[in-house]
Design a protein around this ligand. Structure first.
Ligand code: TPP
Length: 335
């Protein structure tokens, strides 16, 4: 068993570079999602889109602990994971616009992203599929004696799917190097956990009963997620058996689409509840940690943000100007 990973001390100067790198990545993911959500309102992206604003620290913290050769799968809310694993904003935007230059050549849309060059294999809107596919990849790594890890990102509703339990049981039995990352945002579409699972239900507790190692992390704290993910990865590389990482976090926007729920008059959760979680914003938290540590000053962080926003806008406009797929190829690769 590897030694327990020490929490990252933000005040220690040797960690300042890590703090800044993580913050940069959080900003890239956050502002890509915000810019895409804004552009989505013009109704030129004809793909159902589940934005991950508010949940960025999970994707960024976990992917920072992985190697490029490790693979990742995700669910319907996959942009954060695609970007954090190394996917480009330009190819994501082109995919949402349905352009030939999109990461899935404009055929997949928001819920079918892929970029093998950075190890992001696939996303799928079918709940439980990311877990199943990652378990399969981990089996291939085990059989091929490859020291790689397969990661699956998914939400708390997957714990209500049969595939969830089949994967845990199989991965534990076969000792597979798979990292399951549950983003527990408390909701499945508009249903809170309290009406979906018995009172006091503990997802990680159930997972542990399969003999799978579980770790919980504060999902809006990128340093806490990175610490937990490093611990999981160290365990996976030495023991080679599955780890389940549960991160509490919160989605800011509606389940699918670019608006806040209150803008649409939806009442399944209150504006105050959303605002309470916005106070725990992962980007603000990361910025505060950097300032407190003296790793950078306000002006440097402001410039970092405006530079990133400018690159994102340029990427989105470039993607918009790209060509559509050739209609002659409409039925290619369909079987
Ligand atoms: C097998 C299956 N059942 C139902 C659905 C419909 N569905 C789409 S998203 C969703 C809720 C997902 O919630 P969660 O997994 O917690 O992720 P979140 O949307 O909160 O990020 C449901 C029920 C589906 N896509 N697949």
């Amino acid at each position: 068993m590897p030694p327990k990973t020490q929490p990252i001390d933000p005040l220690a100067s040797e960690n300042h570079e890590t703090l800044l790198r993580l913050h940069e990545e959080l900003l890239r993911v956050r502002h890509a999602e915000l810019a895409l959500a804004e552009r989505y309102k013009q109704q030129e992206m004809r793909t159902p889109t589940h934005f991950g604003v508010g949940q960025e620290a999970v994707a960024v913290g976990v992917c920072a602990a992985l190697e490029k050769t490790d693979v990742a799968y995700s669910h319907h809310r996959s942009h954060n994971h695609f970007l954090a694993k190394g996917g480009s904003v330009y190819r994501l935007a082109a995919e949402l616009f349905g352009r030939e230059t999109g990461c899935s050549r404009g055929r997949g849309g928001s819920v079918h992203l892929t970029d093998l060059s950075c190890g992001f294999v696939a996303s799928s809107a079918i709940l439980g599929e990311a877990m199943s596919a990652a378990t399969g990849s981990a089996l291939a790594f085990r059989l091929g004696n490859e020291k790689r890890i397969a990661t699956a990102f998914f939400g708390d509703a997957v714990a209500e799917e049969g595939a969830f339990y089949e994967c845990l049981s199989y991965a534990a039995l076969k000792k597979l190097p798979v990292l399951y990352v549950c983003e527990n945002n408390g909701y499945a579409t508009e249903s809170p956990l309290s009406i979906r699972q018995p009172a006091g239900a503990d997802i990680s507790g159930r997972v542990a009963s399969f003999g799978v190692r579980t770790i919980k992390a504060e999902g809006n704290d990128v340093l806490a997620v990175l610490t937990a993910a490093r611990e999981a990865v160290a365990y996976l590389r030495t023991e080679g058996t599955p780890v389940f990482l549960e991160c509490a976090t919160y989605r800011w926007l509606e389940h699918v689409g670019p608006f806040y729920d209150h803008e649409l008059g939806r009442t399944y959760r209150t504006e105050q509840e959303v605002a309470g979680w916005q106070d725990k914003c992962p980007v603000i938290k990361s910025r505060a940690a950097i300032l407190e540590a003296g790793a950078a000053d306000e002006a440097t962080l402001d410039k970092m943000q405006t530079d990133i926003q400018a690159v994102i806008q340029a990427d989105i406009e470039k993607a918009y100007g790209d060509p559509w797929p050739d209609p002659q190829q409409l039925f290619d690769n369909i079987y």
